[in-house]
Design a protein around this ligand. Structure first.
Ligand code: GRF
Length: 208
């Protein structure tokens, strides 16, 4: 089977990047991480990528005239590396049609809530402030909106009365680290079918 090439976009700690890299390293995920795209050159995720031998495109948004301009550069790099799937894992920037249009159906995002509840920033804090008893994790395709694209998979996480933003984030991260590599594997195996605004999971894959 031809290698399946992914690019990861991240801005911060990169524990999800690490979970993907570890799954690849352990032979549990048959993909190649071809590129890390990061908008904060000093972020910990850059160090993680370097340690894993993954090429990095780290840029400073302020050095570009517009968001479209740096996204055009990102798109060019994705094309050069023939990326099959873009994985947004804590990439803290809105994206424009420059990336969304050519990559629709080939770009996923992980979000720390059960969408459509609590999109946007500070999803864990939003859930706590709202007083929900269950929150969780969503992996979805990226469309032009903020955390609005077709949902691929969700996992629930119980909110306990004593939870703080820190403890609940830690529980959510643990679930993310299991779910995100799994979803990448399903996509790699052709098991996720995107149909309009929804997706279905195909048990036997597409016979590729
Ligand atoms: C994760 O909670 C993810 O859901 C959200 O940003 C966080 C990134 O964490 N989009 P990390 O950098 O992977 O540790």
């Amino acid at each position: 089977m031809k290698p399946f090439r992914i690019a990861v976009f991240a801005s911060g700690t990169g524990s999800n990047f690490q979970a993907i890299a570890d799954a690849v390293q352990a032979g549990k995920l048959d993909v190649r991480i071809e590129l890390l795209v990061c908008d904060r050159p000093k972020a910990l995720v850059v160090e993680r990528a370097e340690r894993a031998g993954v090429p990095v495109f780290a840029f400073r948004p302020k050095e570009y005239a517009s968001r479209e301009q740096y996204e055009a550069e990102i798109l060019q790099r994705l094309r050069e590396r023939e990326i099959d799937l873009v994985v947004m894992a804590g990439y803290m920037r809105l994206i424009t049609p420059v990336l969304v249009e050519p990559l629709y159906g080939r770009m996923i995002n992980i979000h720390p809530s059960l969408l459509p509840s609590f999109p946007g920033l500070h999803a864990v804090r939003q859930a706590l402030e709202h007083g929900v008893k269950v929150t969780g994790v969503t992996v979805h395709y990226v469309d032009g909106g903020m955390d609005t694209g077709p949902i691929i998979a969700q996992r629930a996480v119980a909110v306990e009365p004593e939870d703080t933003e820190e403890t609940l984030s830690a529980k959510i991260h643990t679930v993310e680290h299991e779910l995100l590599p799994s979803v990448i594997r399903w996509i790699r195996e052709g098991r996720v079918r995107l149909e309009g605004k929804t997706t279905t999971y195909v048990k036997d894959g597409m016979g590729q």
